[in-house]
Design a protein around this ligand. Structure first.
Ligand SMILES: O=P(O)(O)O[C@H]1O[C@H](CO)[C@@H](O)[C@H]1O
Ligand SMILES: O=c1cc[nH]c(=O)[nH]1
Length: 280
């Protein structure tokens, strides 16, 4: 019986927050922020079962087209997401794909488009405790390409680019606070990031990319644009099912490539398309 340790808290061999132990979840895991999205995810799998639900961490595992896959909700924001990645990494997860919603900040992004992030601006409020601001929050190339290949195969409209992860939903994303409160930095951030070509706001990608990169694990994200801050449109849920299907398919592509060792997960055409999209 292991001695309970404050330095690495576990409870009966399970990670203290997600309450899962080694080998209890497959190494390919989808990370929605919202625990409620787990229902939408398992609805697309061939079979599934509930694993645990503690705090904001609802976990399931199942099979999608023959591939073993897991999903764990992270809750909103970097801090709770960092806990999820830390504890999942310790029980054997090596591939993390965030499946979320996002607010587009470029005028030409239609609602329902899925945003595939290849890097994230680190306003997440958690990665700064892991690495200096100069360290990049970069997704893993083969995960990005697998997501692109999946979106192409499924005919889901997508964009590939940089996303910005913020620590707050309101001021952090240039929304006025209660009674219209704002300050210089909150007011300018959206316009600044727009000018830099950032595609959208969300709140977890930078944390996931930074930690996976530091730990030599793989990460990517695919988020449904449910809002556009330029046109001021908002349609909760639009594109979420498509984002989930793209993530499932990307896991299948990666798992097959992993099994066959070294096979590129993306065809040359898709590689070309992805690069062309990245650079306009
Ligand atoms: O829909 P999820 O995955 O939660 O993602 C987005 O939604 C929340 C804000 O509404 C934040 O978590 C943001 O990242
Ligand atoms: O505008 C949005 C929409 C979803 N998630 C965010 O963080 N911002």
């Amino acid at each position: 019986m292991e001695r309970p340790s404050a330095k690495a808290p576990t409870v009966e061999g399970k990670m203290y927050h997600i309450m899962l132990g080694p080998g209890e979840i497959p190494p390919y895991v989808l990370l929605p922020g919202d625990p409620g999205r787990i229902d939408d995810i398992v609805a697309t799998w061939d079979e599934w079962r509930e694993l645990a639900f503690h705090r904001e961490y609802r976990s399931v595992k199942g099979r999608y087209k023959g591939v073993e896959i897991g999903a764990v909700s992270t809750g909103i924001g970097g801090p709770s997401t960092a806990i999820a990645v830390e504890e999942l990494a310790r029980i054997g997860v090596h591939t993390f794909i965030r499946v979320g919603t996002t607010g587009a900040i470029q005028p030409d992004i239609e609602l329902g488009t899925v945003i595939i992030g290849y890097a994230a601006v680190r306003y997440d409020g958690a990665s700064g405790e892991y690495a200096p601001p100069e360290y990049p929050a970069a997704a893993t190339p083969e995960v990005v390409l697998a997501l692109v290949e999946a979106a192409e195969r499924l005919g889901v409209p997508y964009r590939v680019g940089v996303v910005a992860s913020t620590a707050t939903f309101h001021l952090g994303q240039s929304r006025p606070g209660f009674r219209g409160y704002e300050w210089s930095r909150s007011r300018e951030r959206l316009a600044d990031l727009q000018r830099m070509g950032v595609l959208s706001f969300e709140m977890e990608a930078a944390t996931i990319f930074t930690l996976a990169s530091l730990y030599g694990l793989r990460a990517g994200c695919v988020c449904a644009a449910i809002a556009n801050r330029v046109t001021d449109e908002f349609k909760p849920g639009v594109g979420v099912r498509e984002a989930i299907l793209v993530a499932n398919e990307a896991v299948r592509i990666l798992a097959e490539a992993d099994r066959e060792k070294g096979r590129k997960p993306a065809s040359i055409t898709t590689l070309y398309n992805a690069v062309r999209k990245l650079y306009g």
